[in-house]
Design a protein around this ligand. Structure first.
Ligand SMILES: Nc1ncnc2c1ncn2[C@@H]1O[C@H](COP(=O)(O)OP(=O)(O)OP(=O)(O)O)[C@@H](O)[C@H]1O
Length: 686
């Protein structure tokens, strides 16, 4: 085999931490190294390739010196040169001293191990009363699950009390399999590598990328080269690439890489099926715009990108409606209420108006019921008060009049439009071969039925990614009832790549038990890749005090080196004057993300709804007082107790969505009494 250059994810991460001019220098040296080993089989003298003058645990460890005091740590094993890390001289060598690169004896996959971490974990004390979680498994079995040999003893001494820290430092694939064991699942080891190449195993491909092509390396070094584009977790890769016999569900709590899987799935389908029509979609327009931007990075070949339609479902439905002459003027909430009142008057109905409203918004409109025959037998599950046939008939008389009024002014609602287009699709036929949906938890019955009709049923037809804990636009709808059967094809992602363990643990307390789309309780256990500061809370004495608190906190973050684009302030209602006040106090521009893309030079100040799909190093949740969240307006609009519960649940999930946008820092502030949704145990609140 010719000499190879292999880039590890640890190298990628360390490179990103350097200054721009240092990065340029390192990238140039990496290009030189690649051409040297490709042409001459070894690095040239100018790169000062040598063993390091420390007591390293791994004899394969070497370094090169690109200049400016930097050292690139490289592992050489035969003809393989693995880029492991880069930093200034001392920290780079400190890092190298503690690392060992070796194949897992059972799986054959190459693994990089931090020997110091293991020592810390193994020496943790375990009391007699604590139960050892994995002690009854043979070391060989644990290694076959991807646990590096050096960690086996630590894993066998893990207890419920200390396992989080341990699972955090294990390779992702091993962590995920241990979580499955803790959840009581039977876990089969991955198949060993047949090629005999320790970098070719799916477990190793999460951490190492083999470079064989100079152009590819050049692109990676010069262009945007993000970790998620290259180092997929084996489960992510499998989901993205595997043939599926029908609809697939990928779930996972916030930050577990669902969007990344959706993007790779799209790219993989397009590459494998040059003539297929592929739809990549989501609930809202900004989410679809963000998907499109990321897909362009992942699929730079313009031809391939053109094969995919990236659009949000509502926009697609209204485009098709216009094409097929279906009325597509969307009526406002206020006008529909006025029409309903007028319809009740015209039909001399004595039914209570709240009942008319509740039935319209809770049953008729979401199900797209357009005739008495449909309404007579329609399901009203979860609607509280049962209705007899005579009452239904009386209600229907009003809705018939409402429909007549809507037709005469050529207006409709989103749900009715979606149902109309779905009916048209039944005669005109599906428009796509494959659809990939992100944030699928936000699809209601109308969107789900539309989606089903859009795509030809069959292999690899629908691929739905979502988190039932982040439902903020629509009440829960059964996928099965809309013809989307994911039984036997559901997968849950368990590694959280976005947030620190502290933020994830805090965010989890905001959510009660979560049920999936069929009402089944969800396991939500995940493992984080890093730790960080504990989320902070501040009760403020007045709005001015809150402004001062937020300003000071942001100044501290900026002082620590964060940029304005890495910080966001979210509020439940429109932030109002807060954006202007912060901009003046901090002397930096702000952005609200309503119709513009995220600008890295500006501080984000916007609503929690607009936070969806974003991520920041630091997040402030401001104006969290009891009279601001749950939103009184949202709850007042509830049509019946079931609707009230659903709206309250949405408020909790909104807070969860907003909190989980934070990677490292999270601050919550309020004036007066804190929101009951915060579930505060308040020892640290002044
Ligand atoms: N395999 C991976 N390696 C490294 N980083 C990853 C990987 N997968 C995802 N990430 C990163 O983790 C973060 C969260 O990923 P993503 O947005 O796909 O999660 P999500 O599950 O869709 O989150 P949410 O539900 O909150 O929108 C992103 O920064 C992404 O780049």
């Amino acid at each position: 085999m010719p000499p190879r250059l292999i880039q590890s994810e640890t190298f990628k991460r360390s490179l990103e931490k350097l200054q721009a001019n240092e990065q340029t220098l390192v990238k140039a040296s990496v290009m030189d190294l690649f051409s040297d080993i490709s042409e001459h089989g070894k690095p040239r003298a100018g790169l000062r390739y040598h063993e390091i003058d420390r007591k390293v645990r791994d004899p394969g460890i070497h370094s090169i010196s690109p200049g400016m005091g930097l050292r690139v740590i490289i592992h050489q094993g035969g003809d393989d040169y693995v880029l492991l890390y880069v930093d200034h001289h001392n920290p780079a060598y400190d890092w190298a001293e503690r690392r060992r690169l070796q194949p897992n004896p059972q799986t054959g996959a190459m693994q990089l191990v931090n020997l110091e971490e293991i020592t810390q974990v193994v020496t943790r004390t375990v009391t007699q009363t604590q139960t050892l979680l994995f002690n009854h498994y043979e070391p060989e079995y644990l290694m076959s699950l991807g646990v590096p040999e050096a960690y086996v003893e630590a894993v066998r001494h893990a207890t419920a009390e200390n396992c989080d820290g341990l699972i955090e430092v294990l390779p992702d694939e091993a962590s995920e399999r241990l979580i499955d064991l803790m959840d009581g699942k039977l876990v089969m080891p991955p198949a060993p590598v047949h090629t005999g190449d320790p970098y070719d195993h799916p477990d190793a491909r999460k951490h190492f990328a083999v470079t064989t092509d100079e152009d590819e390396l050049q692109r990676a070094m010069q262009g945007r080269w993000e970790e998620w584009m290259v180092y997929l977790h084996p489960t992510q890769r499998l989901l993205a690439e595997r043939q599926q016999s029908g609809p697939v569900k990928v779930s996972g709590s916030a930050g577990t890489g669902k969007t990344v899987v959706a993007l790779h799935r799209t790219a993989s389908l397009v590459r494998q099926r040059p003539r297929a029509r592929v739809l990549l979609t989501s609930y809202s327009r900004p989410l679809a715009a963000r998907l499109e931007e990321k897909l362009r990075t992942l699929l730079p070949e313009a031809g391939l990108h053109r094969q995919v339609t990236v659009i949000n479902l509502h926009r697609l439905a209204s485009q098709l409606a216009r094409q097929w002459n279906i009325p597509s003027n969307i009526i406002s909430a206020r006008d529909i209420e006025a029409h309903l009142r007028a319809a009740a008057q015209t039909t001399a109905s004595d039914l209570p108006f709240p009942l008319l409203q509740a039935e319209w918004h809770g049953v008729i409109e979401p199900q797209g019921i357009s005739s008495w025959e449909q309404y007579r037998v329609a399901s009203r599950v979860g609607r509280g008060t049962p209705l007899g046939a005579r009452q239904r008939k009386a209600l229907w008389t009003v809705y018939e009049e409402l429909y007549r009024r809507l037709r005469s002014c050529g207006e409709t609602t989103w749900n009715l439009l979606l149902h109309e287009v779905t009916r048209a699709l039944e005669t005109r036929g599906p428009q796509f071969n494959h659809a990939i949906i992100d944030e699928a938890q936000d699809l209601g019955r109308a969107e789900l039925s539309f989606l089903r009709a859009l795509v030809s049923p069959g292999e690899n037809d629908l691929f739905l990614c979502g988190d039932p804990g982040q439902r903020i636009f629509r009440a829960r709808s059964s996928w099965l009832a809309c013809g989307i059967d994911v039984r036997g094809r559901s997968h849950r992602l368990k590694i959280n790549y976005r947030t620190s363990r502290q933020i994830r643990e805090y965010a989890d307390t905001l959510l009660p038990q979560i049920s999936d789309e069929e009402g089944q309780p969800e396991h939500r256990r995940t493992v984080n890749r890093f730790s960080g500061p504990v989320p902070e809370h501040r009760r403020c004495s007045s709005p001015e005090d809150q402004l001062q608190t937020v300003t000071t906190w942001i100044k501290t973050r900026l002082h620590e080196g964060l940029t304005p684009g890495e910080i966001a302030v979210f509020t439940r209602a429109q932030p109002g004057t807060l954006a202007t006040q912060l901009s003046e106090a901090l002397q930096i521009p702000t952005q609200s993300l309503d119709d513009q893309a995220h600008d890295p030079g500006k501080l984000t100040v916007t609503t929690m709804h607009r936070a969806k799909g974003m991520e920041y190093r630091a997040v402030i949740l401001a104006q969290l007082s009891a009279d601001q969240i749950p939103s009184p307006q949202a709850l007042q609009g509830a049509h019946d107790p079931a609707d009230y519960e659903a709206r309250l649940e949405e408020e909790k999930q909104l807070l969860y969505v907003a909190s989980t946008r934070a990677r490292e820092y999270l601050l919550s502030t309020w004036v007066g009494q804190a929101s009951p949704l915060l579930q505060l145990r308040l020892p640290d609140v002044p």
